[in-house]
Write a protein that binds this ligand. Structure first.
Ligand SMILES: *Cc1c(COP(=O)(O)O)cnc(C)c1O
Length: 423
């Protein structure tokens, strides 16, 4: 039996309608921005394998550090024990973050990083003896697939079966260009002294369709939240580690968040790891001789040393001048291609933030949604030409690893233009 056939006998894939999905593609090897299947066919990974990969697949430096760590200490309980990779990573991460971030709490994926941030926020108010319950979030937000993370995400077809089980959240539309004033006006009515937290994806809402907005309106919203004492949570699970052209999207802002969630690119896309960081004020609200003020949260693999070693190796690479130059190069290439796209009649709403370029395929009648058939047509067309992209409904986007060469970018761009001409 072939691997895809064996797979289809035993595996249940994520975000996949198993009845109608084609057999999965067996990948045997990755190098740079390329993935290779069993027959030697290559795919250009223009979505960084679900937004996680920064420096290319199977990077030798990360492989080396992971291997060394595996041979030294693979894992140890993280309550009452510690280890060099976890401490070193926190020491290296904090100086890269907004200056008010003082503590690192480890977990192992973006959703749990969000869960931890929410629990820190709710318990912060609980510990202060001033419980607050209201949460403000953006429509179309995506913060993960666990229940708390789903609750603060936008309501959609994906969350429909679970809506009765999700806590209530109050929504604002994202302050996209042209909508800023209306959103701020709505926010003035929403924010009050009983809002516990305001959560958002800074500048780019990923899964919601690569929706982009400018720094100014989010700063105004953060200030408004602050006036009422609400804790501000920046979910940088997708935007972190250079995607937006700066190390973190929050670096575009002068207002600082109280809590941050990081994952995906944290290990360079090698392993599952995440962190939730917070200010001294939040951390201190949990310090007490009263044991009930403890943050009772943890996972078996909290601060896994191998994952921390992968992150340290990824940071080594991220902080190289060559990587900074590669990011600037991709930003430039995207800008030029964006200008070409803007001329195309099949395209609208071309937008870019750093290394992320997105646009909408013009759809007539059918309406835009994740389930739009144009999505499947586009996905197939590009895949058949060796380009891995995963349109979000009628939204096409490029989110490449930083090692992607100009030739590889050109290859992806020309496949996209080919697709557009068939529409
Ligand atoms: C992907 C994502 C998450 C969830 O991360 P997982 O590791 O998939 O659980 C949370 N927030 C944002 C902004 C994301 O893009």
């Amino acid at each position: 039996m072939t691997l895809p056939n064996r797979d289809s006998a035993v595996i249940w894939h994520p975000f996949t309608q198993m009845q109608t999905a084609p057999l999965p593609i067996p990948i045997v090897r990755g190098e740079g921005s390329l993935l290779f299947d069993a027959s030697g066919r290559s795919f250009l990974d223009m979505i960084s394998s679900w937004w996680v990969n920064l420096h290319g697949h199977s990077h030798p430096h990360i492989a080396q550090r992971v291997s060394e760590q595996l041979n030294t200490l693979e894992h140890v309980i993280f309550a009452d024990f510690t280890h060099e990779p976890a401490v070193r990573l926190a020491e290296r991460l904090l100086p890269l973050l907004p200056t008010n971030q003082r503590r690192v709490f480890y977990s192992d994926n973006g959703s749990t990083a969000v869960e931890v941030a929410l629990k820190m926020a709710f318990q912060y108010w609980h510990n202060l003896g001033q419980p607050r319950r209201r949460v403000v979030a953006f429509e179309d937000a995506y913060h993960g697939d666990t229940f708390g993370a789903m609750a603060v995400g936008g309501r959609s077809a994906f969350t429909a079966p679970f809506v009765p089980f999700l806590f209530d959240v109050e929504y604002l539309p994202a302050p996209t260009p042209g909508r800023e004033e209306a959103v701020l006006e709505q926010a003035r009515h929403l924010f009050a002294d009983d809002v516990a937290a305001f959560i958002f994806e800074p500048l780019v809402q990923g899964a919601g369709g690569m929706v982009m907005y400018e720094p100014e309106p989010i700063q105004a919203l953060i200030r408004m939240a602050r006036q009422h004492g609400a804790l501000v949570i920046a979910d940088e699970v997708m935007t972190g580690f250079g995607r937006t052209g700066k190390t973190f999207a929050c670096h575009y802002l002068t207002e600082q968040p109280d809590l941050m969630c990081l994952s995906k690119g944290l290990t360079g896309g090698t392993m599952a790891l995440s962190v939730t960081t917070c200010t001294a004020a939040i951390y201190e609200a949990f310090l007490s001789t009263d044991r009930y003020k403890t943050l009772f949260h943890g996972h078996s693999f909290t601060a896994n040393p191998v994952a921390c070693a992968a992150s340290l190796a990824s940071l080594d690479l991220l902080q190289k001048p060559e990587t900074e130059q590669a990011i600037a190069r991709i930003v430039q290439k995207h800008q030029t291609f964006a200008d070409t796209l803007r001329q195309h009649p099949a395209v609208e709403n071309v937008r870019q933030r750093g290394t992320i370029l997105a646009f909408d395929l013009r759809v007539s009648g059918e309406g835009s949604s994740y389930f739009n058939s144009i999505r499947d047509v586009a996905y197939r067309y590009l895949l058949d030409r060796g380009i891995l992209m995963r349109p979000l409904g009628n939204v096409l986007y490029l989110l490449p690893p930083y090692c992607t060469t100009n030739e590889q970018l050109d290859e992806a761009y020309s496949a996209i233009l080919g697709l557009l001409d068939t529409l």
